[in-house]
Design a binder for this molecule. Structure first.
Ligand SMILES: C[S@@+](CC[C@H](N)C(=O)[O-])C[C@H]1O[C@@H](n2cnc3c(N)ncnc32)[C@H](O)[C@@H]1O
Length: 366
């Protein structure tokens, strides 16, 4: 079944992943640190299609080998316990309400280590806002759900808000992160904490050798910017998504962080701005006041574009978080001509899948 986990095979799958990463990026072999995930209940997000039969509803997933045949999911041990335990009571309550049940196509869960739960019900028909909201309020009162959203084509109905507040901790410090429904967040919260710990440790070593401001690209909701803020003198963080930029600014305020500036910029535009091109969105930012000796990148699966890769090489230190070892290997072909590898890590964000999340610290060659 697609939602199954295999804890007895966990170590072997991690060893296989490590080998695959080393096959693609052999240069990291001597310094690789491996972070194992909890072998079950590791995902704070889960999405399920809902299948309707004349008698009942069930959670369904589809095998790519037989995509028209729904496979019933009765529990999901990949998902955190709060999601796993909510699945069946939620479906039973929805089944009792024609308003909530009719046209229901998908249910998405977003949970946090801080104990919040947001559920999105996605419909294939127009939602009657008033009627649905009343039924949804009743549902929320009977189950451990903090926030409930109804979605359909061009409709998004909120009972209150469309986000949760996560609390992530490492090094005896904790930070609060707004995580907005339907936008990027690290799905494995335990692993997200390990990634913050690793990034903080490398950063501490960097600034111990040389004071530095941090230039961060692809900052999302400020996940790394916020946790690294106390290590660098100041941080300029950039991101292409307007929603994520707003969320990062919300997160700076709720964590009372004053030395991070977030700007909505594509990575390739940051390269142009550093090369002297004027951008209205950078009007309030004096690039000359920064002492960028370190750049932090966490790009999407496609890796770095040519301009951004070129810009990265101007910095003494490059911290690179990758969700795709193939594009990491491609980027390292260039970056390792100017920089040496100092350390590397594998973070098992997605156990039992082929996905590999990793990190490297590169330092300019002597
Ligand atoms: C892998 S996520 C990392 C987000 C963040 N660092 C985190 O840990 O939550 C990649 C981010 O890059 C952003 N992105 C995608 N293409 C971009 C581009 N060309 N320039 C800037 N940001 C981009 C996405 O919106 C997304 O937030």
């Amino acid at each position: 079944m697609l939602c199954q986990v295999f804890p007895q095979q966990y170590q072997q799958q991690l060893a296989d992943k490590q080998q695959r990463l080393l096959d693609l990026v052999p240069s990291i072999a001597d310094s690789l640190q491996v972070y194992a995930s909890p072998p079950k209940h590791y995902r704070q997000r889960a999405e399920f299609r809902i299948w309707h039969t004349p008698e009942r509803l069930f959670y369904a997933m589809f095998d790519s080998a037989n995509p028209k045949q729904p496979i019933e999911i009765t529990s999901c041990p990949m998902a955190c316990e709060a999601i796993d335990q909510l699945m069946q009571p939620l479906l039973a309550a929805i089944s009792d309400s024609d308003t909530l049940k009719n046209g229901l196509f998908e249910i998405d869960f977003l949970a946090t280590l801080s104990g919040e739960m947001l559920v999105t019900l996605i419909y294939r028909k127009k939602i009657d806002e008033q009627v649905w909201s009343l039924a949804a309020q009743k549902l929320r009162e009977t189950l451990p759900i903090n926030h409930l959203i109804g979605r359909s084509r061009k409709q998004k109905i909120l009972l209150d808000q469309d986000f949760v507040i996560e609390r992530l901790a490492t090094d005896n410090q904790a930070w609060l992160f707004q995580q907005i429904e339907n936008s990027f967040t690290q799905p494995n919260a335990e692993m997200a904490q390990n990634m913050l710990a690793w990034a903080r440790e490398q950063s501490r070593q960097i600034v111990a050798q040389q004071p530095s401001d941090l230039l961060e690209l692809y900052c999302g909701n400020g996940h790394f910017s916020i946790a690294l803020a106390d290590i660098y003198s100041s941080v300029l963080a950039t991101e292409i998504s307007k929603t994520s930029v707003k969320s990062a600014q919300f997160n700076l305020a709720q964590n009372a962080i004053a030395n991070v500036t977030v700007v909505k910029m594509a990575a390739e535009e940051v390269a142009q701005a550093l090369a002297g091109k004027a951008f209205n969105r950078m009007a309030d930012v004096d690039l000359n006041r920064y002492n960028f000796k370190t750049i932090f990148v966490d790009p999407p699966r496609s890796g770095l574009d040519d301009l951004t890769r070129g810009m990265a090489t101007y910095h003494d230190n490059i911290l690179y978080i990758s969700c795709n070892p193939e594009t990491l290997a491609h980027d390292l072909d260039t970056l390792l001509t100017t920089h040496d590898l100092v350390s590397a890590a594998l973070f098992d964000q997605f156990p039992y899948s082929h996905h590999i999340e990793s990190g490297v610290w590169l330092r300019r060659k002597a």
